[in-house]
Design a protein around this ligand. Structure first.
Ligand code: CAA
Length: 380
């Protein structure tokens, strides 16, 4: 057993920390208020390699391990969870999915642009009536020989308007249930592909979330990922890794709020002393630190499992379940430590508290993680 990070891991963590402080921190409050994220910042993240960290170098990726990726995710999320969800979706859902299951042509044509930030990706599984119940896909893709005709609606899609390439899951043969589902690469701008209005959200407001409509969109057959009927497995396998990314995001939100609360408690005075000298505050910090450390160990273990070629469905689900609860608990307490100031935007903790909630919902709710965990521990 070795809990020590390598020199390379530390360099990646420090580079992400530095980028978050110098490039993401200025303007994070305004982006949250205005619900926007400038294209130039996405480009900067691409230039620095944050958008294709784990992808193969031959397609422009960084060829890094999952540990490096979660370290970067934690640092970005401490400051701006809107930026980190874009990074997470592009890295662990879109790039990883294409790199692992796409064919040579698809990788050359699409992956090589997604790893560099030239193009941004989105992952489209959820529907108005298929969120947790992901096998109930209503979006259809009818086989017309050399192409499919795609019809339906997708909901709550991260990078909905900023994205260029969309991995869309659809039902090609209803009779076959989940074995009749396929995944397709769809390009923005194709006839019949409409982007709906931006969702007005509680948190991660800088990131753009939209519904998408597909009206008789013609998708070439070469844009199907994998064998016919592979789409549901594609989504599940991809989401298993995605959940490690969101767990790291939740960890970062918690750690960011904790660091702010600790610093504040050493400066703010009440009853004649810094508030960290009151046990009421010191014990809160002790609880936060303990929860965060446990979450970090779970996140690292899941990332390590993935890097070692072990199954990571269980460890990824446990990491997400615990880290997202930690993010909620810690951010609420961080606001409490800040008192009245915690309720004010310039102290950042109220935003982190709002951002934390989504980590218990997207890429599988906490209840879905418990399904995955309980099925796994009860199967033998
Ligand atoms: N890896 C490989 N295959 C898997 C798998 C995995 N992790 N999980 C399930 N499968 C396979 C099963 O083996 C089964 O295949 P076979 O019949 O060939 O054995 C098939 O998938 C169906 O599995 P289940 O019978 O277990 O299906 P289910 O209906 O009970 O659902 C579920 C399982 C885990 C609840 C699943 O529906 C699920 O994960 N739901 C949540 C969906 C989700 O996470 N949505 C997030 C949206 S994406 C997002 O949020 C992105 C964003 O923008 C931030």
């Amino acid at each position: 057993m070795d809990f020590k990070l390598t020199e390379e891991h530390l360099m990646i963590r420090d580079a992400a920390r530095d980028f978050a402080k110098t490039e993401l921190l200025p303007g994070v409050i305004e982006r949250d208020e205005k619900q926007e994220f400038p294209k130039e910042l996405i480009k900067k993240m691409g230039d620095l390699g944050f958008l294709g960290m784990m992808a193969s170098p031959e397609y422009g990726g960084g060829g890094m391990d999952t540990i490096s990726y979660v370290l970067a995710m934690e640092e970005l999320s401490k400051i701006d969870a809107s930026a980190s969800v874009m990074v997470s979706v592009n890295n662990s859902l879109v790039c990883w999915g294409l790199d692992t299951f796409g064919n040579e042509e698809q990788k050359k044509k699409y992956l090589s642009k997604l790893t560099t930030g030239e193009k941004l990706g989105a992952f489209c599984l959820s529907e108005p009536e298929a969120g947790s119940d992901a096998t109930s896909q209503r979006t259809t893709a009818i086989d017309k020989g050399d192409h499919y005709i795609l019809n339906g609606t997708k909901n709550w899609i991260t990078n909905g308007s900023s994205g260029d390439y969309f991995l869309v899951i659809a039902q090609t043969d209803k009779e076959k249930k989940h074995k009749g589902i396929n995944a397709f690469i769809v390009e923005k701008g194709w006839d019949g592909f409409e982007i709906g209005p931006k969702e007005q959200k509680l948190g991660i407001r800088g990131s753009d979330t939209h519904s998408l409509n597909f009206n008789d969109v013609k998708v070439p057959k070469e844009n199907r990922i994998g064998e016919d009927g592979f789409g549901f497995k594609f989504a599940m396998k991809t989401l298993s890794g995605g959940r490690i990314g969101i767990a790291a995001q939740a960890l970062g939100i918690a750690a960011g709020a904790y660091e702010l609360a600790k610093d504040y408690s050493k400066q703010r005075k009440a009853f004649g002393t810094e508030i960290c000298n009151h046990q009421a505050i010191a014990f809160k910090l002790a609880d936060m630190h303990t929860q965060i450390t446990a979450a970090r160990h779970l996140v690292m273990k899941a990332a390590w499992d993935k890097d070692q070629g072990e199954n990571y469905d269980l460890s990824g689900a446990m990491a997400k379940l615990h880290a997202s609860k930690t993010a909620m608990d810690v951010t609420i307490e961080a606001v409490q430590v800040h008192g009245g100031n915690g309720y004010v935007k310039e102290y950042h903790v109220e935003r982190l508290m709002r951002d934390a909630k989504i980590t218990q919902i997207y890429e599988g709710t906490s209840e879905i993680q418990k399904i995955v965990i309980s099925r796994s521990i009860l199967k033998d």
